[in-house]
Write a protein that binds this ligand. Structure first.
Ligand SMILES: NC(=O)c1ccc[n+]([C@@H]2O[C@H](COP(=O)([O-])OP(=O)(O)OC[C@H]3O[C@@H](n4cnc5c(N)ncnc54)[C@H](OP(=O)(O)O)[C@@H]3O)[C@@H](O)[C@H]2O)c1
Length: 291
């Protein structure tokens, strides 16, 4: 039995879809959701639905009973609560006798030294905690989602160009769908115990290179603008991002500018059996409609 947490979110949902497409029977998958009203689609796929909140140890314990493997998708709750919530989930997994916990971490040059500080350090704390429990673990060190690019570069790019203060920093962006497939492989196949994988594309690109790709795709020569941090935050807020999230994303752009995502590693081909999708092909699926 496989438990997937964060099943109502992007990565959890995509992992479940990948498990199903690889032939795992829906009754062998438990989807952990915290809000039953969001479970209709998952239920219609024939999955077992268990209610649970990372804040609530008892709910996790009862959801994890009988599971062999657990995909612990990192929480989207307030950053200050995340490590405590992950600890709750890991403790419940140990108590429930789960054999293998797979945690979706983050891939940076050094999580502990990042300019993002505590906003990413909780991943390192979670990985350390999981390792010392003695449960078989796998850390899926995910780079930034390619799906984030449209949120990072601003709206109406055909008129405004591309705006992000990311200097020449390169990021090996990878679509969520491919991260999810890597998760599914680790959940299905044996041999991934006590390992860490870098879930990133094989090539990292700067936003100058991404601007050229989108220019080719749309047939319009776009300009790469690098606003200062404050103007960038204002742009994000104008695009509908909350003030806090805008500040958070702006700090991410600082980490990109500092080259923190350019780790030069990728284990995706080894896991999914092919090279991950080329970024330009992915961007064509997003911006091809503007040609
Ligand atoms: N690598 C990247 O580029 C990147 C980008 C964004 C986020 N992330 C991280 O990766 C995680 C997965 O990404 P995503 O896009 O799938 O995020 P998402 O769509 O926001 O999904 C987060 C999931 O976590 C669940 N969750 C949040 N707090 C919970 C709690 N207290 N108890 C139980 N479940 C809880 C949410 O449930 P509800 O549906 O009930 O809210 C949702 O199912 C995020 O949570 C975040 O930590 C990574």
């Amino acid at each position: 039995m496989i438990v997937v947490t964060g099943a109502t979110g992007n990565l959890g949902k995509a992992t479940i879809d990948s498990l199903l497409s690889k032939g795992v029977s829906p009754e062998h998958i438990i989807a952990l959701v915290r809000d039953e009203t969001k479970s209709t689609e998952l239920r219609s796929k024939g999955l077992q639905i268990k209610l649970g909140d990372y804040q609530d140890h008892e709910s996790l314990l009862s959801a994890f009973k009988g599971a062999d493997k657990l995909l612990l998708v990192s929480s989207s709750s307030d950053i200050s609560k995340r490590f405590e919530q992950h600890k709750n989930a890991i403790d419940a997994a140990r108590e429930a006798g789960v054999g293998h916990v797979i945690y979706t971490s983050f891939d940076l040059i050094d999580l502990r030294q990042s300019i993002m500080g505590e906003e990413v350090r909780y991943h390192a704390y979670t990985g350390d905690y999981l390792k010392q429990t003695g449960i078989a673990y796998t850390l899926m060190n995910n780079t930034m989602y390619a799906d984030m690019i449209p949120f990072l570069i601003g709206k109406d790019i055909l008129n405004n160009g591309i705006s992000i203060p990311a200097k020449d920093g390169k990021t090996p962006f990878l679509p969520i769908k491919e991260m999810a497939e890597a998760n599914a492989v680790v959940l299905i196949d044996p041999g991934h115990e006590n390992k860490e994988y870098t879930i990133a594309a094989e090539t990292a690109f700067s936003f100058a290179e991404i601007t050229n790709m989108i220019s080719d795709i749309t047939g319009k020569a776009l300009i790469y603008h690098q606003p200062n941090e404050q103007s960038y935050r204002e742009q994000l807020i104008q695009d509908g991002v909350s003030k806090d999230d805008a500040a958070y994303i702006a700090r991410f752009s600082g980490a990109i500018a500092g080259g923190e995502f350019d780790t030069g590693k990728s284990d995706v081909k080894q896991l999914i059996g092919r090279s991950p999708v080329n970024l330009k092909n992915y961007l064509t699926t997003v911006y091809g409609i503007f040609k």
